[in-house]
Ligand binder design. Structure first.
Ligand code: SAM
Length: 192
């Protein structure tokens, strides 16, 4: 471990956003799962959440992740609605990416609040139950012939809006982790 590498680790951790996350509900293609994690790393998500597909295991990481899976922890949940309620109980607003009567443009919510973006499976999207349990439903407006985006593209679009708002609010300028958390994670990342 060179001093430069350790400095980089501390710099990255000083910009991590423990109050910004995603919940992937049965996203099952490894390249999508990996691409979402890569975006999470880029915007500073500390821990992502995922409900494994019915097969039981999380998709394996592939080259699409870069090495993002080493830097973004993934917490597993057995069920999306239970996960949504757990996050809400911790004070996190859950924004389901879902087209419904109450859907907002994805740029409307305040992403400086503790926020989780709920992403749906490639084939069937977010379930109505999980979308109903969420605090809001959001959509990226679509004006083409195809009805939806690839899930990793949608995740990137929304997470970079969150990054834009958080940058404007100064949330990357000072560490969001406590000094003790930052020290502990720096040690774990440096000596895995
Ligand atoms: N047939 C599915 C449906 O009706 O929801 C399509 C799922 S889409 C391929 C996979 C996921 O990408 C969605 O669950 C959502 O998380 C995200 N997504 C795709 N297009 C989106 C959009 N325009 N706005 C917000 N999220 C979108």
């Amino acid at each position: 471990m060179t001093p430069e590498r350790y400095e980089k680790i501390r710099r990255v951790l000083s910009r991590r956003q423990p109050t910004l996350t995603v919940l992937m509900d049965e996203v099952n293609k490894p390249h999508n799962f990996s691409a979402v994690l890569r975006t999470c790393d880029a915007v500073g998500v500390l821990t992502a959440h995922a409900v494994p597909p019915k097969s039981g295991a999380l998709p394996t990481f592939d080259a699409t992740s870069g090495s993002a899976h080493k830097w973004v922890a993934v917490q597993k949940h057995p069920d999306a609605v239970v996960a949504v309620r757990d996050l809400q109980a911790q004070g996190v607003q859950v924004l389901a990416t879902h087209l419904s009567q109450r859907s907002l443009d994805y740029r409307e919510p305040d992403y400086t609040r503790p926020t989780c973006v709920l992403l749906g499976a490639e084939k069937w999207g977010v379930s109505d139950e999980a979308a109903d349990a969420a605090d809001a439903n959001i959509v990226i407006p679509m004006f083409g012939m195809v009805q939806s985006l690839n899930v990793s593209v949608a995740a990137a679009t929304i997470l970079f809006e969150a990054q834009r708002q958080r940058l404007a609010a100064g949330m990357y300028a000072a560490p969001q982790l406590t000094p003790a958390e930052l020290d502990r994670l720096a040690f774990e990342w440096a000596y895995p």
